[in-house]
Write a new protein. Sequence first.
Length: 184
Amino acid sequence: MKVLIAYGTRYGSTEEIAARIGQILHDAGLTTDVVNLKTTKMKPDVAAYDGWIVGSGIQMGHWTKVAKSFLSKNKWKFTDSTKLAIFLSCGTAKTPEGRDKAKKDYILPLLTSFGLQNARYDAFGGFYDFTDSSRVGSFFKKIMKKALEEDGVDVSAGKIDQRDWGQIESFAKDYGNFLKELQK
Ligand SMILES: Cc1cc2nc3c(=O)[nH]c(=O)nc-3n(C[C@H](O)[C@H](O)[C@H](O)COP(=O)(O)O)c2cc1C
């Protein structure tokens, strides 16, 4: 079975998650294509896959444009939307309560508006890079650093990873098992 993992990222967190999910599904015996929707030359053909995973980062409450428009443009092509899985990487999802809020605020409204309510979805924590080599611009760095500090986070390390890799691995394994069950 062939699975598409398509993502939009601004600073690389969602890309690392997509790569990890791809590796887990590959290890489970599935064929995977992990595609950065911004840099890819050819937008993937949804019909060529048995399952689809779409991921995005969140900035100022917004999905990446590429991931949102990929879902919007292909909404009729996800013939069985139970085979569609959505994930986010965002600061809100750093705790279990935050995950529920992120799902409610950022995922559910979008899925509902696209008629994709049968998709599975999860929200993962974020990653912040405040070092000199960071892709985050100095203005946004300042804002986010302040917000994290107000939240009691120690930002002195420069890189703060609030992603729960166990949660991410479970999400990937559950999805892989689901697809494999369908094939039986
Ligand atoms: C400028 C900026 C704005 C952000 N705004 C939000 C936000 O509105 N809500 C949220 O939950 N997380 C927010 N975050 C956290 C990001 O979603 C988190 O860093 C995520 O891992 C980014 O994913 P990406 O690197 O794949 O784009 C923000 C981060 C930055 C740097």
